[in-house]
Ligand binder design. Structure first.
Ligand code: NAD
Ligand code: UDP
Length: 340
């Protein structure tokens, strides 16, 4: 199955969480295909700066709205991405995190039902918890601590999947459920605590790289462009394919390997920032030991697999953060100078 660029009928598409990291890239790609895009975001972890460049496009509209409250708009498709995704942000207000996944999903499913829209849920590899099956396949039911610090996110997302499948069975809604594995790229927040952004920002500033635990835990990292392509292909897939489907890059790394790679890429000539060394800090509770998607289903049903390797994706992400960090340092220097 292939999306034929430019030959799709233009549709009205709602992206919740559209000002976030993944959402803003998705809005951009959908607009480039000629669709009308409505971005709904309460700017909890999203930023206006992520979508400023889209505001002049007549096909783009942005609304500040919290999806835990009902929304009445006319659309053909809904990508439901609204939800804080980094552990420090989703644990900051855990009750709100569960509400976004549960009340937010009920509101978006209700909207989809009323306007007969197709709806896609951004679920997560976290539904597998600390997995005992490796790599993870979609038929694995997971190993989640229901009362731990990550539960607001993990159980919220699991409940959202339940709601999607009940609306599918009970109301014959057209649903798609994507289980997204760790995704990275430009527009991640520099301070959201996720490992790729943390390591890059630390290395760029010449600070020590904080590896939690002994760094032997694994993750599989997918570049954002591959992920948006996968999400759009899933939305385009035949109605009888609902998922859940794993979306991610199956190449697995230990966190220690990631730290070493980032140091090497940020400072290839080992010049001014070679100050960064790896230090070890306590492992957060319920931190999954291993994570690697089995993407056989995505390959078969969506004709998709990631095209961007870790080095290439990291290089693009480092470029983005380098500009951000340089910009911040320069404006800080200017402020200091004007203070003096
Ligand atoms: P993000 O935090 O950058 O984006 C989430 C967006 O949702 C933000 O713009 C935020 O302001 C918005 N939001 C939060 N609560 C809201 C509410 N109540 N109403 C309206 N908007 C709200 O995170 P992201 O990495 O772009 O993740 C997007 C989606 O993908 C999330 O649902 C996340 O769970 C899922 N996901 C992401 C990853 C990843 O590695 N990036 C992995 C698995 C799943
Ligand atoms: N991690 C780390 N140092 C950091 C941030 C994260 O070692 O500065 C580890 C974290 O403990 C986890 C992995 O990196 O094992 C991925 O963390 P992230 O928060 O990015 O994603 P998630 O745990 O949700 O997969």
């Amino acid at each position: 199955m292939n999306i034929e660029r430019g030959t799709l009928n233009s549709r009205r598409i709602l992206v919740t969480g559209g000002a976030g990291f993944l959402g803003s890239h998705l809005c951009e790609k959908l607009l480039a295909l000629g669709h009308e895009v409505l971005c709904v975001d309460n700017f909890y972890t999203g930023r206006r700066a992520n979508i400023t460049h889209l505001l002049g496009n007549p096909l783009f509209e942005a609304i500040r709205h919290d999806i835990t409250f009902p929304l009445y708009v006319e659309v053909d498709e809904i990508y439901n991405l609204a939800c804080p995704a980094s552990p420090i942000h989703y644990q900051f207000d855990p009750v709100q995190t569960t509400k976004v996944s549960v009340h937010g999903s009920i509101n978006m499913l209700g909207l989809a039902k009323r306007v007969k829209a197709k709806i896609l849920q951004a679920s997560t590899s976290e539904v597998y918890g600390d997995p005992t099956v490796h790599p993870q396949t979609e038929d694995y039911w997971g190993h989640v601590n229901p009362i731990g610090l990550r539960a607001c996110y993990d159980e919220g997302k699991r409940c959202a999947e339940t709601l999607f499948f009940d609306y599918f069975r009970q109301h014959r809604l057209k649903i798609k459920v994507a289980r997204i594995f760790n995704t990275y790229g430009p527009r991640m927040l520099p301070n959201d605590g996720r490992v790729v952004s943390n390591f890059i920002v630390q290395a760029l500033k010449g600070q020590d790289i904080t590896v939690y635990g002994d760094g032997s835990q694994t993750r599989s990292f997918c570049y954002v462009d591959d992920m948006t392509e996968a999400l759009m292909r899933l939305m385009e897939s035949p109605d009888d394919f609902t998922g859940p489907v794993n979306l991610g890059n199956p190449v697995e790394f230990t966190i220690l390997e990631l730290a070493e790679k980032v140091i090497e890429l940020v400072n290839p000539l080992k010049t001014q920032h070679s100050k960064s060394k790896i230090i070890f800090a306590p492992l957060p509770s319920d931190d999954p030991r291993q994570r690697q998607p089995d993407i056989t289903l995505a390959k078969e049903k969506l004709g998709w697999e990631p095209l961007t390797g870790l080095e290439e994706g990291l290089a693009k992400t480092i470029d983005y953060f380098r500009k951000l960090v340089t910009c911040k340092l320069t404006s800080h220097k200017r402020t200091k100078l004007s203070d003096e």
